[in-house]
Design a protein around this ligand. Structure first.
Ligand SMILES: Cc1cc2nc3c(=O)[nH]c(=O)nc-3n(C[C@H](O)[C@H](O)[C@H](O)COP(=O)(O)O)c2cc1C
Length: 127
């Protein structure tokens, strides 16, 4: 378990086709997703940024419980035994509707109504 995205986990984040998010709602876990290429990772590997168009339920869940888990994977990154690696990323998430994170995502995605900011707390490879 690493505290930030680095090395092989950064390679997986760069290669993943999509990203799954799990948040906790009043009725249990909730899944949402995004394109991997839309994810921006800061240099240190501690903060992730995504443009948000819909994500209404995810936003509501995060307001009540900021814990979020992400899964990324790619067959193009070598695992310990065979081609393919995946990572589970844990952290705290927030959908922000103004300020620097939103300006930043809108540079690439002018349609974004918000920015999902994930502060990474742990990263674990799966394979
Ligand atoms: C591969 C993939 C890409 C997606 N891309 C976007 C996107 O670019 N913008 C967006 O708002 N929702 C996108 N979604 C939909 C969101 O994951 C989410 O399901 C939807 O916005 C509903 O959110 P909610 O269930 O939190 O209300 C994508 C979903 C998948 C599976």
């Amino acid at each position: 378990m690493s505290e930030k995205i680095e090395g092989v986990s950064r390679e997986v984040c760069d290669a993943t086709e999509y990203v799954c998010f799990v948040t906790q709602g009043p009725d249990g876990p909730h899944l949402s997703g995004h394109w991997g290429s839309y994810m921006k990772i800061d240099e240190e590997g501690r903060t992730l940024l995504f443009p948000v168009g819909r994500f209404q339920r995810t936003e509501k869940n995060l307001r009540n419980n900021a814990r979020i888990q992400l899964m990324v994977a790619s067959r193009k990154v070598q695992g310990t035994r065979s081609p393919g690696q995946g990572c589970v990323i844990e952290g705290l998430g927030e959908i922000v509707l103004e300020g620097k994170p939103l300006d930043e995502v809108r540079e690439r995605f002018p349609w974004a109504r918000g920015a999902l900011v994930v502060r990474v707390q742990g990263v674990a490879t799966q394979l």
